[in-house]
Design a protein. Sequence first.
Length: 316
Amino acid sequence: MDATVVDKFSVALQDCQDYGRDRLKRKIEQIARAAGLRIKSGSRVLLKPNLVAAGTGPLHLACTSPDFVAAVAEWCLDHGARVRVGDSPAFGSGRMVMAACGLAEKLRPLGVKPVDFRRSRTVTLPCGIKAPISVAALDSDVLVNLPRVKAHNQLYVSLAVKNYFGVVSGWRKALHHAVNGDVGNRFEELLVDLPGLFGDTFTLLDGVIAMHRAGPMAGDPYPLGLIGGAIDPVALDTAVMRIIGADYGKSRIWLECRRRGLAGADPGRLEFPLLHPRELFAPEFILPEQLSPVTFHPGRILIGACRRGAAVIFKP
């Protein structure tokens, strides 16, 4: 992403206490209008939720809520888009996670099918790192980024910018963790470069029920009651971190955005056409105090490769 000079960045925030389909679609429409999010009829839209793993329990907190993803899919269909849904977990496959967390079942009545991220195209990012990027993501007309608000034991918080990491194909995400994780700011450079690969992209954020205390896999539910949207993911992250009382200085991703002089990392350059962060402030949201190393142990990469092999054999 370039540090383009802009006066203000629009971040549209709304309260939303549950995942009722009609309510979500109304709120999404309000956010889209306020933040200038557009879907053209006939466009090929790829929804990119967080499908890191299905996890346990009925909420499947590690993933973007299936109800939220289905509501966005239906909203896109209402605007005449051709919609697909995909992500590339480091371990396992997106199809397996969609089936396990109930997303595949939610999408079936809409005629929306999952897409594999196995095919990739090697891209040299501005930071110099080469990464295999999903062809399905690169070839879409619009990429809609759908993160869930989560604490993160390694990166402090997982929001809009972090969720783009799913466009890196499969086990090679774990490889980048291992190779670049704790080498200066290399991993953060990789993450912050990814949104700039997509010319037409925006974020709709699921914060209805968030994950706090720990993450990104095994935290606790927190009723944040929030959904938000923005064209600029850095601006959205800056606003949401303010809502959950996050310390900007503890987020390696946000610090990289600030180091580059990205305008979205300047709270003074954000505008809020709907609700203001102070109206959604969540002082009881807990983030990790001690962060773990970002680097993956090589054994985890081998385990992930085995899981992905099983996913090919037993593809649902």
